[in-house]
Design a binder for this molecule. Structure first.
Ligand SMILES: Nc1nc2c(c(=O)[nH]1)N[C@H]1C(S)=C(S)[C@@H](COP(=O)(O)OP(=O)(O)OC[C@H]3O[C@@H](n4cnc5c(=O)[nH]c(N)nc54)[C@H](O)[C@@H]3O)O[C@H]1N2
Ligand SMILES: Nc1nc2c(c(=O)[nH]1)N[C@H]1C(S)=C(S)[C@@H](COP(=O)(O)OP(=O)(O)OC[C@H]3O[C@@H](n4cnc5c(=O)[nH]c(N)nc54)[C@H](O)[C@@H]3O)O[C@H]1N2
Ligand code: SF4
Ligand SMILES: [Mo]
Length: 765
């Protein structure tokens, strides 16, 4: 990269901030917000500097490494690919295709090259034992979207820039910068809400950074949101406040929903939720009578015991009050690459429960089993046991519940390969680690987060630096492995046209395919052809893609989708290259009924699997917490990102952030004082953390952030190890899942807390 300013999208979280990176003498001098980015308008958060730290990090792996009796050894890419393909093939041959497990971690969705190529690798591996971070995250939203709108990734997004009432439940966008709501500069946007006379309401067991700037805040007992939302539904019907608005002709089964809500009066649920009946009624009226309002829920309501039902009810409340698909309400985006439409055309709108996992009989979602049963599938002998494992951009030892068991399971595998930058808590179990190029060495386009952005925009960033010599992009790693595995599977030889397809794919990489997606998309420059030279190569690539690959649909995409006629045209890769700060495609627009994918063209308000959960919800009313236990929830901090950004000195410096937050009453009862070490126990398991005493947490609730616990031996992140903290997931049970969706319960498990006596261990022994 020549000296000067390079414009780019930060890929670290969902917010898609535009950054301006100043390069001098081949090195990064400064990283600032890009004022011309139409979405982020100059905003960045403190993590943006980590783009540089990650790039320059000496602990970041740059060559493939292999575990040997005498330690890790570098190896050539060719040897590494051969070894991995051979070992995976051997295991598969000996034990069947399901003996190989695959886990896809979160950064995959921030990486268009990986997204376009992992599907091919998954097909080549051919296993049903697939897992990802989805089931520790947004699965309930995908399920509700599938059940109600007919498509697993058609998410309603708060039109935060135009709303007058934003009800935020179980999310802390001031720390997380939004999720399933790409919202850079959320602080500025909430300030604007305030300036136009709008209101922010936050409901959370902790007075969060977002709660602090809210007009109204209510504590809620963890895991009881479904009761609150049901009481709101009840109130809407009881007070004749239901008004479906524009959705009226589309909605079906609201009578069934009314029936389900009958017994959940605000009075009845008040004690259990901790929110008074009067507050519930007021809030419901406010939602119903504010024309531009949006009720939004996220992690705290999704990764809990009632994640599925809560998320469904949140969607229902928006619909019952006429907030769906209207400006200022919950709207659907129209991104430049419309993966919703492409997925539907490729027969990938989603499915649930088509088959069940071997050990715990848990349902698949979109072809993946819940991550909380990954260790079971590795540790339980029998046909179909996972013996070889592929982890791509994930750290399940820290991110999955029961990290200790995950550790033990990974340690017992016959073979493991990780595609990752770091030797960390998970990849230390691998036999081979394949490190991709650094993010700034690759181009970037946000295929996923444009689908949930509060404004339609498109932006492409070219690589800032040349790839380091002898390095491979994620997509190159996927393609090499896939190609070799396909060859192995076919006895060493592929037909000539297939070989040409592989050659073409490896040569082109993801960007010409992206160009094709842009051109054939809703704002496309020209609906079909990309020029006589590239098109034949692209055709060869489309030929070798799996049948249900969304890109496959591109070949059939000539008449533009019916609801695309009113959008501005002209997008292509070259158009984006000419606008390095991005192109504004305007605010979200109403898109119904065209955007619905249900078979009958209706929005289903009362899918059966949620109604079937009513008995359990009723039981929740009765069973209140008992004994000495406290309820554990998570939290995020703006200077952190899941498990993998603790090796940046600039981000971890300062006050210890991996602490236990506890209410003064609960601390007093346990003789805990600020700064003391607390032992947090769950059954036999425990971790030890410094105590923070705060009125900002609800009595009976404690909070620990996730992604810490860098004290395991054999890792290679020196800064992180010096700021180790402890992993909340070493406490959480992997048996706790939301039965409706299969999502892990990461918020709301019971723990016990006491003073940590350093001699306690000695006594125990
Ligand atoms: N208790 C608790 N647990 C949680 C959560 C919680 O709130 N509480 N949150 C859950 C959520 S929402 C999520 S998304 C998951 C995340 O869980 P995971 O996806 O399993 O883990 P991450 O911590 O995101 O780790 C990402 C890994 O990818 C590597 N990596 C980063 N960029 C790249 C890249 O470009 N290419 C490749 N090949 N590798 C890369 C990093 O080095 C790191 O090892 O954690 C979940 N776990
Ligand atoms: N700085 C930073 N940003 C991130 C990440 C990060 O690790 N750090 N991770 C990224 C990822 S992968 C994701 S998925 C998003 C997540 O983004 P958010 O959904 O905003 O996630 P959190 O900040 O964890 O907020 C969850 C909130 O739910 C509350 N909560 C817990 N249990 C309950 C409950 O039972 N009921 C209610 N009502 N609230 C509850 C918690 O107190 C917390 O305030 O953030 C992304 N952005
Ligand atoms: S909020 Fe921070 S980490 Fe997220 S995209 Fe913006 S600068 Fe990057
Ligand atoms: Mo996530």
């Amino acid at each position: 990269m020549e000296n000067g300013t390079h414009y780019r999208t930060c890929h670290l979280c969902e917010a898609m901030c535009g950054v301006a990176i100043e390069v001098q003498s081949g090195k990064i001098a400064t990283i600032k917000g890009d004022d011309n980015d139409p979405l982020s308008r100059g905003h960045i958060c403190p993590k943006a500097v980590a783009l540089q730290d990650l790039h320059e990090d000496r602990d970041r792996l740059r060559k493939p490494i292999r575990k040997t009796a005498t330690g890790w050894q570098e190896m050539s890419w060719n040897d590494a690919f051969d070894l991995v393909a051979r070992r995976l093939h051997e295991v598969r041959k000996a034990h069947g295709k399901n003996s190989v497990g695959v886990y896809l971690g979160n950064p995959n969705v921030h990486n268009h090259g990986a997204l376009m190529t992992t599907t091919t690798l998954l097909r080549a591996i051919g296993t049903q034992n697939r897992f990802s971070a989805t089931s520790n995250d947004q699965l309930p939203h995908m399920l509700a979207s599938l059940e109600m709108f007919g498509h697993q990734v058609l998410f309603p997004v708060p039109d935060i820039d135009n709303t007058d009432l934003f009800i935020c439940i179980g999310a802390n966008p001031m720390a997380s910068n939004g999720s399933l709501m790409t919202v850079p500069d959320v602080r500025g946007r909430l300030k604007e809400l305030n300036q136009r006379g709008g209101k922010l309401v936050v409901i959370d067991p902790r007075r969060t950074e977002t709660a602090r700037i809210a007009d109204e805040f209510h504590f809620i007992r963890p895991g009881t949101d479904a009761l609150l939302l049901m009481a709101m539904v009840h109130t809407l019907f009881e007070e004749n406040l239901v008004n479906l608005g524009a959705s009226t002709p589309l909605v079906k089964d609201s009578d069934l929903l009314q029936l389900a809500s009958l017994s959940f009066t605000p009075e009845l649920v008040a004690e259990r939720t901790g929110i008074s009946a009067e507050t519930v009624r007021q809030l419901t009226r406010k939602l119903a009578t504010t024309p531009k309002a949006a009720l939004y829920t996220r992690m705290g309501t999704s990764t809990q015991a009632f994640g599925g039902t809560t998320t469904w009810l949140a969607y229902c409340l928006n619909i019952l009050t006429g907030k769906l698909d209207v400006p200022g309400g919950m709207m659907f985006t129209q991104p430049a690459v419309d993966l919703v439409a492409l997925g539907a055309m490729a027969g990938q709108a989603g499915h649930f429960g088509k088959r069940h996992s071997r050990v715990r009989k848990l349902p698949e979602f979109g072809g993946e089993y819940p991550a909380s049963t990954m260790a079971d599938e590795m540790l339980t002998p029998g046909e179909g046991q996972i013996r070889a494992f592929v982890s791509i951009a994930g750290n399940p030892v820290l991110s999955n519940p029961d990290g200790q068991r995950m550790d033990e399971a990974l340690a017992g595998l016959d073979f493991m390969v990780s595609v990752d930058y770091y030797l960390n808590e998970t990849t230390r179990h691998a036999d081979v680690i394949l490190p991709p190029t650094a993010a700034l060495e690759r181009s970037h386009y946000d295929l996923i987060f444009n689908m949930v952005a509060v404004r339609n925009v498109a932006k492409y960033s070219e690589a800032l630096f040349e790839p380091a010599p002898d390095s491979r992009h994620d997509w190159q790693i996927m393609l090499e492995l896939t190609h070799r595995l396909e060859r192995q599977r076919k006895g060493g030889k592929l037909p000539l046209r297939t070989e040409l397809g592989w050659k073409a794919f490896k040569k082109l990489g993801p960007d010409p395919l992206l160009d094709m997606m842009l051109r054939t998309g809703p704002y496309g420059a020209d609906p079909g052809r990309m020029g006589a030279i590239i098109q034949p190569a692209v055709d060869l690539v489309l030929d070798i893609l799996p049948d249900r690959h969304p890109l496959k649909a591109l070949a059939r995409l000539s008449p533009l989708n019916r609801h695309w006629h009113n959008l501005p045209k002209g997008l292509s890769l070259s158009a984006l290259k000419q606008n390095p700060s991005g192109i504004d495609l305007g605010p979200m627009q109403p898109t119904l009924p065209d955007r619905l994918y249900t078979r009958d063209g209706k929005i289903n308000l009362a899918p059966r699997r949620y109604l079937a959960d009513m008995e359990r919800l009723q039981a929740l009313l009765e069973n209140s917490s008992k004994g000495d236990s406290l309820t554990l929830i998570g939290r995020r901090h703006v200077r952190s990102n899941n498990s993998w950004m603790h090796n940046s000195r600039r981000l971890v410096k300062g006050k210890d952030r991996c602490t236990l937050i506890i209410h003064p009453d609960d601390a007093r009862a346990r003789k805990l004082e600020p700064g003391m070490q607390a032992q947090i126990c769950k059954g036999e398991k425990f971790i030890v953390l410094p105590v923070e005493v705060s009125e900002d947490i609800m009595p009976g609730v404690v909070s620990i952030p996730h992604g810490w616990g860098h004290n395991r031996p054999g890792t290679g992140q020196s800064v992180a190890a010096a700021h180790a903290g402890a992993s909340i997931n070493d406490l959480l049970d992997d048996t706790h899942i939301d039965p409706v969706s299969g999502t892990s319960v990461l918020n709301g498990q019971a723990v016990e807390v006491k003073v940590w006596h350093t001699d306690a261990l000695a006594k125990q022994a």
